[in-house]
Write a protein that binds this ligand. Structure first.
Ligand code: AMP
Ligand code: MG
Length: 420
């Protein structure tokens, strides 16, 4: 593989200030859908991404059937819309069986889902029928019309129609639909493998005592959880010694077995950190300063041919940049056609008197008791305040270079959408 590769984009964006929208477009354009697919059973398909359209080879239902427990009747033309009619009950049809042809003027006991016999043209629910003592006859007081309570062939699905499209993330209801047309296996994209490691001399693993100047490594756990939640296989090398050789070794180990490599931290200045020079040595790196808060530094590049994303070190920055930039990138790689995060509109319960040069992705909690959902800011919006993310329902986009009054409608991403 070419370890000296460069491209024009790296020259274009290297070390430059960039808008969040440009960074996201660039990342999405750079992501390529995994080529690997596999067949999985319906039970194993939940959350996977369909790799081909599913066509139905049958009608569902495959036959006209009763929507009710009751009596199916072969109405004569002159009985249509007439009241107080009586019919001989000549047959009994349970779901799963078939009845005999019904002669005009006769009725058959029928149950929900049972096929309408030849000759029958309507169903009356049992609550509306009076059964004679010897059970040989029913009388229906109300007027009866044709085709009552009959579910016609193909009512749900027509033969040859596409029932599920490629690129769809499979939900329980999709599994139900596939099962209803008799499909037992689905061809899905293989899970992508994401390799991660972490650097920083200040980091201590949870469960161990802290010594002066040290902090717990929280990003490691956030990133692994986010990747697992979005359905990636994770190869976690843990903490890597902050030395160039060790960092290069880690990158090379991951490059050979992963579809994507991710790290957090060490992409702001680089003096104490070897991720930047190591990636540059083995491939290419764009170090972006994105006009956003939290976040700012984001690294995107390649280790040989494997894409690399370096998230910032501050926990909130790392979390938010994952959600805003990496998630759509990963979803596109996974083959998900719905890779862009859904934007909702909410009303601010706060104002902004001083325009800021960077777009803010502020953590807010939503009050749904008002007509338009109202966004309340977490009081501390620092990039080190992870409690803000835990408290929040989602993230509001405060546009750059703008002032606004309380009650302004802004873009909002729910946390469940950003981590799905
Ligand atoms: P850096 O981007 O490496 O300069 O780090 C920025 C800030 O994030 C510093 O305060 C780091 O201590 C902190 N930080 C970096 N990595 C982690 C991590 N894995 N867990 C928690 N905090 C981190
Ligand atoms: Mg660092």
């Amino acid at each position: 593989m070419n370890s000296q590769s460069t491209n024009s984009s790296s020259a274009m964006f290297s070390d430059s200030l960039m808008s969040a929208d440009d960074a996201l477009s660039f990342l999405i354009d750079s992501a390529s859908v995994t080529a690997m697919t596999e067949a999985v059973s319906l039970d194993d398909s939940l959350g996977r991404i369909l790799a081909s359209d599913i066509h139905s080879t049958i009608n569902v239902p495959g036959f006209d059937n009763s929507a009710m427990d009751g009596y199916t009747i072969a109405l004569n033309d002159n009985q249509v819309a007439q009241e107080n009619l009586s019919f001989d009950v000549v047959d009994r049809i349970a779901a799963g069986s078939t009845g005999n042809d019904l002669k005009i003027g006769n009725a058959a006991r029928i149950f929900t889902g049972a096929p309408i016999p030849n000759g029958a043209n309507t169903v009356v629910m049992q609550e509306e029928c009076t059964l004679s003592e010897d059970k040989s006859q029913i009388t229906v007081k109300r007027a009866i019309n044709l085709n009552e309570n009959i579910r016609p062939t193909g009512n749900d699905i027509l033969k040859d129609n596409v029932i599920l499209s490629s690129g769809r993330q499979i939900k329980p209801q999709d599994i139900s639909l596939a099962a209803s047309v008799g499909v037992g296996e689905l061809v899905v994209f293989k899970k992508i493998k994401v390799g991660v490691f972490f650097t920083g001399d200040e980091l201590v693993e949870p469960g161990n005592p802290l010594t002066p100047g040290k902090i717990y490594n929280s990003n490691r756990y956030a990133l692994v959880a986010l990747l697992k939640q979005v359905g990636c296989d994770v190869i976690n090398l843990g903490n890597i010694e902050d030395k160039l050789d060790a960092t290069c070794e880690a990158l090379e180990a991951l490059e050979s077995q992963c579809d994507l490599i991710m790290t957090t931290g060490g992409v702001s200045v680089g003096e104490e950190d070897h991720v930047k020079p190591a990636v540059e040595k083995l491939g290419e790196l764009n170090l972006w300063k994105i006009r956003m808060k939290p976040g700012k530094p984001l690294a995107y590049g390649k280790v040989k041919q494997t894409p690399f994303i370096g998230l910032p070190g501050n926990p909130v920055s790392s979390f938010v940049t994952f959600c805003i930039f990496s998630l759509p990138f990963i979803k596109k790689m996974q083959g998900n056609s719905n890779y862009e995060s859904k934007i909702l509109k909410v009303k601010t319960n706060f104002d902004c008197k001083r325009a800021k040069p960077r777009r803010e992705y502020a953590r807010v909690r939503i009050d749904h008791s008002t007509e338009t959902p109202l966004a309340n800011l977490f009081p501390k919006q620092g990039s080190d305040v992870m409690s803000s993310v835990v408290w929040a329902d989602g993230i509001i986009e405060i546009p750059e270079n703008t002032t606004f009054e309380t009650g302004t409608i802004l873009n909002y991403y729910s946390m469940s959408e950003l981590t799905r």
